[in-house]
Design a protein around this ligand. Structure first.
Ligand SMILES: [Zn+2]
Ligand SMILES: [Zn+2]
Length: 248
């Protein structure tokens, strides 16, 4: 379950300048490190109190801090308190092991895009290894933002060929980047990771055209295997794509 937490930042040195900016920077680092989703800061100068949403009871623990956070918090005494559950969030995965994963971006969710194949819940990024030699989750979060931006353009305004192609076509620049991240996730996690390909794209716009039954994998033409998962109902094991077939 997602949690609402309070973090109190008290400068440990007198006369520290630009305290509120430093606090905001630290919170930005915690976000890039997958520890918090969003935040607001109360001014109680010289202390600042941030209300944050975080992914689990232990997600704010120091053990998850990276070198940037450890460096930036040196001038502060920080107190952290979990206030309550986030009423609108669903629970995250608590499985000890995962037989496979799905990497799926949902435009209205800003939580982790890595989903457990067994329980169907998302896995907080604090429990996902860093990718591409990074010391934070920049690649995943940056891709999530980009994907959501393209999807918003398709859903809310343009409904044009460019944005649709980016989402649907497995060869688009957007999906190629998604598949690079998927491959790196699979290398680091050591289990199959499927990338949710929005083909068919679904939705109410041009209903029949956008909700066609998916017979075979659009990349290799091979047969698809059924799965029982909240994010997808078919996969191509060879290409590592997951799909939502509307006729299933
Ligand atoms: Zn799970
Ligand atoms: Zn395939």
């Amino acid at each position: 379950m997602y949690k609402i937490a309070k973090m109190t930042f008290k400068p440990s040195v007198a006369g520290l300048e630009g305290v509120q900016d430093k606090v905001d920077e630290i919170l930005g680092m915690l976000h890039k490190n997958g520890q918090i989703l969003d935040w607001i800061i109360e001014d109680h100068a010289p202390s600042y109190v941030a209300t944050v949403s975080t992914t689990d009871d232990d997600s704010l623990d120091e053990k998850y801090f990276n070198q940037y956070i450890r460096g930036a918090i040196a001038d502060f005494e920080i107190e952290t308190e979990i206030v309550c559950d986030d009423a609108l969030a669903s629970d995250c995965c608590h499985c000890a092991d995962h037989s496979y994963y799905i990497f799926a971006i949902y435009p209205d969710l800003s939580s982790s895009p890595v989903w457990c194949g067994d329980c169907g819940n998302e896995i907080p990024l604090t429990r996902i290894p860093y990718l591409f030699g990074e010391e934070e989750h920049y690649s995943i979060l940056n891709f999530q933002q980009m994907y959501k931006a393209v999807d918003t353009l398709w859903m809310d305004s343009l409904s044009d060929r460019f944005t649709k192609r980016q989402l649907v076509n497995h060869k688009s620049e957007l999906n190629k980047r998604g598949m690079e991240i998927r491959a790196e996730l699979e290398r680091r996690l050591g289990k199959p990771v499927y990338y949710l390909l929005a083909n068919p794209i679904g939705g109410w716009y041009e209903l029949e055209k956008n909700n066609k039954h998916l017979e075979v994998c659009p990349k290799c033409g091979g047969e698809l295997e059924k799965i029982d998962h909240a994010c997808a109902n078919k996969v191509c094991k060879k290409c590592r794509f997951a799909f939502v077939d509307p006729e299933e």
